[in-house]
Design a binder for this molecule. Structure first.
Ligand SMILES: *Cc1c(COP(=O)(O)O)cnc(C)c1O
Length: 711
């Protein structure tokens, strides 16, 4: 793509360091430790204060600091190496995995998602779906997949979580400074920011366009907060997942129809469309309309579009699928169906879920009907989805309902902690990172001496606790938070204690407070004189989710209760950065949702990769991950009666009988040898299998390569 963009400018940069500006404008640095060091070593304090955002840092650093670096031979050597690696990376082209396509076929893949979790400096995510999309496009960059991504620029994506003194969650809106973020304006020929009108939708909506360079992949972001729009339309992309149904419909119109129009305006020919969840499904309509305008009948166009569309569903909860009332669909689409060459009834019929035809236009039902390739995100989730959507195939037995799966994975260079990576570099083979989806590579973990692995892990635990204490200190010193709030934030944590991590959105089905089920039994575990445990919680409740906020309040209040011994911490404002610390530094990753509600889950994969074993219910990815040696599993079978009581009792039992004794059984040198064995098993059995590299290759082989052939 060679559209014009307006790069951020860094007037303070000396010519010798001009490449820092280039590096700052491409998120490649975020998954390359050496590139991060290039920024960090300019000035550690400024790096920290910028929120690890090189754009912001380079704008704010005094010119003397930069000039000093430009005269420092050590710094320049590292800088030159990183810059040349970056250039080499960017120059490499061609994806061998997609080489077998017929001549003349455009192979670009358009990827649409309502959220992207890429880095702490870009607040365009709410949770797992976003990180999946972010990791996906990073891996596509590494594998050279010709993919173009589209999403939203949410200036108010940040909802800072603050706990009130009564334990109720408050949200503070923090607006993104677009000019100090690693994003660029896409420009039109007249030099102003490119603005595109969403076609055929009345009243009109305009979107201004931004671009994020994610290695070799371009991510285009749509922004309706522009003067050309009516005030009520400016809010469309202000924040994620708006509650109001009409505004939400307009948001999805912008994502799907606007997104497809953007590709057209930029001249990006794509042969495959990949929808990451149903929010973007209207893009299918634009692809059909385009072909109908070109002379095809609706049926021909529909078939061709269907055969080249991939749809990934992520939601095993019926209420999680968007359904728009028919009257709203009519309001916005009345000039649209004529352009498709069909009438109103035919149009609305496309979104009917036969199981519940009265409810409205179901985005998932539509996306499934209009895509030849549709998949769930774990084996278990595929089974759940087959039941959910069976009514779309009334003549097919449920086991044969054609919903396939590609289990999620995580981007290894993003989530593997750099110190761990250095340790692996020392004992693995050269070039191992390039081959990290090969399970054999990970057998080399056995070469790492137990005490080396343990020391590295222990160091990461200290780092986690230091970071949490620093947050508490700032709440105390800057915000004047009261002392119990500061203690609840983790000021009393102790790195020598078995540390359980629990971090996820506070949706009720995640049962975040399950471990409090039997408070007396929990207190005994926390306060054990010789072998105590501590638990670190983090996570936000959706602003409209009061039941979720009540669970959070309970945990927060318990963390301030002296009976819990200062062994429970609730750390505010879970996001990408805190997630990094947690998945690297805790000893055990706890996950106990109500089974079949977790489509996959990815945070546990991040922990497993860093040698943090799971204590998890059998659901989502753990059904495929657990092998009896690499962590602990509960809820193997269906239980009648009180499910919470049963699952909580299993958690206590596993802790009391297996996990705690194993952790505290240490050698003379203080290394828990049995524990390290589980850590090694966790890395060895999960790292390759749940890597984004394995995942992206599966999407290519199963879907993209097939779809490209049906052009
Ligand atoms: C990985 C990640 C998630 C997704 O985790 P789940 O296991 O699906 O809960 C959510 N938030 C952040 C910040 C993450 O890094």
């Amino acid at each position: 793509m060679n559209e014009k963009i307006q790069q951020n400018e860094f007037p303070n940069l000396p010519a010798r360091l001009a490449g820092l500006g280039e590096l700052a404008e491409n998120l490649w640095w975020s998954w390359n430790p050496a590139a991060r060091m290039i920024f960090k070593s300019l000035n550690r304090q400024a790096w920290k204060e910028s929120g690890h955002n090189p754009d912001k840092m380079l704008k704010e650093l005094p010119v003397e600091v930069l000039q000093q670096a430009a005269g420092n031979a050590d710094y320049l050597r590292n800088y030159d190496v990183v810059l040349s690696q970056f250039k080499k990376y960017m120059e490499t082209r061609g994806c061998p995995l997609l080489d077998n396509v017929p001549d003349g076929v455009q192979t670009a893949i358009a990827y649409l998602s309502a959220e992207y979790g890429l880095h702490r400096s870009l607040p365009f995510y709410a949770g797992g779906l976003g990180f999946l999309a972010g990791d996906y496009i990073k891996e596509c960059s590494d594998l050279n997949v010709p993919l173009v991504a589209i999403g939203f620029m949410y200036p108010q994506g940040y909802l800072l979580q603050r706990m009130r003194e009564d334990g109720w969650q408050e949200n503070i809106t923090d607006t993104l400074d677009r000019d100090a973020a690693p994003i660029s304006r896409v420009l039109s020929d007249d030099g102003n920011q490119l603005v595109v009108k969403v076609p055929l939708i009345e009243p009109p909506i305009h979107v201004a366009l931004w671009k994020v360079a994610v290695g070799r992949v371009c991510l285009y972001l749509m922004d309706t907060d522009s003067e050309i729009n009516e005030p009520w339309n400016r809010e469309i992309t202000a924040r994620l997942y708006i509650g109001d149904i009409e505004q939400r419909l307009r948001q999805e119109i912008v994502l799907g129809i606007g997104g497809a129009e953007i590709l057209d305006v930029l001249g990006i020919k794509h042969s495959v469309l990949h929808l990451n969840e149903g929010h973007a499904a209207f893009a299918i309509l634009e692809r059909i309309r385009d072909r109908v305008q070109g002379g095809m009948t609706f049926e021909e166009a529909f078939d061709q579009v269907r055969n080249t569309s991939v749809f990934t569903t992520h939601t095993p909860v019926p209420a999680g699928h968007d359904v728009f009332p028919f009257y709203l669909m009519e309001k916005y689409f009345n000039s649209y169906w004529p352009a498709l060459g069909i009438d109103r009834d035919r149009f609305l019929q496309m979104g009917v879920h036969p199981g519940e035809s009265q409810s409205g236009f179901n985005m998932t039902a539509f996306a499934i009907k209009a895509s030849a390739y549709h998949n769930a995100v774990s084996k278990k989730h595929a089974e759940v989805s087959q039941h959910m959507w069976q009514s779309l195939w009334p003549d097919v037995p449920v086991d044969n309902v054609p919903i396939d799966y590609v289990t999620n994975g995580v981007h290894v260079p993003t989530w593997l902690e750099p110190k761990m990576m250095l340790l692996f570099n020392k004992y693995f083979v050269p070039g191992w990172l390039e081959d990290h989806d090969n399970p054999v590579i990970w057998e080399l973990i056995e070469k790492i001496p137990d005490d080396d692995l343990w020391k590295t892990h222990y160091w990461l635990k200290i780092k986690l606790i230091d970071a949490i204490r620093e947050r508490s200190r700032l709440r105390w010193a800057k915000d004047r938070a009261n002392s119990s709030t500061v203690l609840a934030g983790g000021a009393l944590l102790d790195p020598s204690i078995l540390t359980i991590g629990f971090a996820r959105r506070f949706a009720t089905y995640k049962r975040s407070d399950l471990i409090f089920y039997d408070t007396e039994r929990l207190k005994r575990l926390l306060n054990d004189r010789w072998r105590p445990i501590q638990i670190i919680f983090a996570g936000k409740a959706h602003p409209a989710d009061d039941p979720g906020k009540r669970i959070l309040q309970r945990i927060f209040n318990d963390s301030r209760n002296p009976d819990m011994g200062g062994r429970i911490a609730f750390v505010e404002d879970y996001g990408e950065q805190l997630a990094q610390y947690l998945v690297h530094g805790v000893d055990v990753w706890l996950n106990n949702p109500l089974p079949s509600m977790e489509a996959s889950g990815t945070s546990g994969m991040k922990a497993a990769l860093n040698g943090v074993p799971q204590l998890s219910i059998m659901d989502g990815w753990w059904m495929e991950g657990y092998n009896g040696k690499n962590g602990w599993a509960l809820g193997h079978e269906e239980v009648g009666g009180n499910r919470d009581q049963h699952d909580a009792a299993e958690i206590y039992r596993l802790l009391e009988e297996e996990i705690i004794p194993l952790y505290y059984n240490v050698s003379e040198e203080g290394v828990p040898l049995g524990w390290v064995k589980v850590m090694k098993e966790s890395i060895k059995s999960n790292a390759a299998k749940f890597s984004a590299r394995r995942m992206v290759k599966e999407y290519i082989q199963k879907y993209y390569a097939m779809a490209v052939k049906s052009i």
